[in-house]
Design a binder for this molecule. Sequence first.
Ligand code: SIN
Length: 327
Amino acid sequence: MRRLCFLFVLLAGLVAAPLSAAPIVIKFSHVVAENTPKGQMANKFKELIDQRLAGKVVVEVYPNSQLFGDNKVLQAMLLGDVQMAAPALSKFESFTRSLQLFDLPFLFKDMAAVERFQKSEAGQKLLNSMKKKGLTGLGYIHNGMKQLSSSNAIRVPADAAGQKFRIMTSDVLAAQFKAVKATPLKKPFSEVFTLLQTKAIDGQENTWSNIFSKKFFEVQPYITESNHGLLDYMVVTSTEFWMDLPDDLRGEVKKALDEAITFGNQVAAQKGVDDRQKIIDSGRSKVITLSAEERAQWVEVMKPVWKEFEHEIGKDLIDAAYNSNNM
Ligand code: SIN
């Protein structure tokens, strides 16, 4: 009888085994510090998943290019080595040309216009622009407008001529700097501080939170408050991984991600103000504000870049994005 009981317990254990299957692991890789809009968003996503899907899904966040830099992460995603990332919209060029839209200089007048466009039908459609290449966009997350930092004081386009600027991997950004007769260099984010510190380059463009959290302001005596372009992100996953998730879990994961993005966007808005002030208070970097006339010079010199890329991006898409300024 005891032997029969033992066999019964053993069989019951075997039948129950699939119920305690290992949780699905979502490795979320990014390149920025944890105390940034994207870093906070990723941590919030992990927190929500831990609360709601404990034992079923586990999120592992890898900040500061610990797992992959932005130049490798998308290939790694297609190979199944990482499940989520949120590269800057400038870094998808080899997967789609449409997202180059977001790099056009002076396209959006403020973040409210960016938000309106991203929520519009045209903006939402872009989330699927890499589906055929195996990537699905799950949402946008803001960082903010970019500023120009340099080892020299820059007020007008002529001041930037002849200088070397680090850019993200985007031909539009390259054209933008060539338009002011500067030299653009495509380099990974993880190398920017050293390039600036060793004076291998003169400057770079980035948001207040990245300039602050990566200490660029400590090695760049001038920051021109140009607000000339956008740095936002797309949270992406591999289409295969996403579609393989059980329907109910996929819904829960998406809900948690949407909430984390809303939180990250609040952080972005606040950091745009706070980190700017911290940089000013540090006294390490002088913030140059432009007069309307100086700003108009930048617009005039950089705006022809729109025409240059119109055939790749599409005039309708550019018009839709531009019109979001006037709603
Ligand atoms: C990021 O914010 O993810 C990095 C931006 C950059 O490469 O400059």
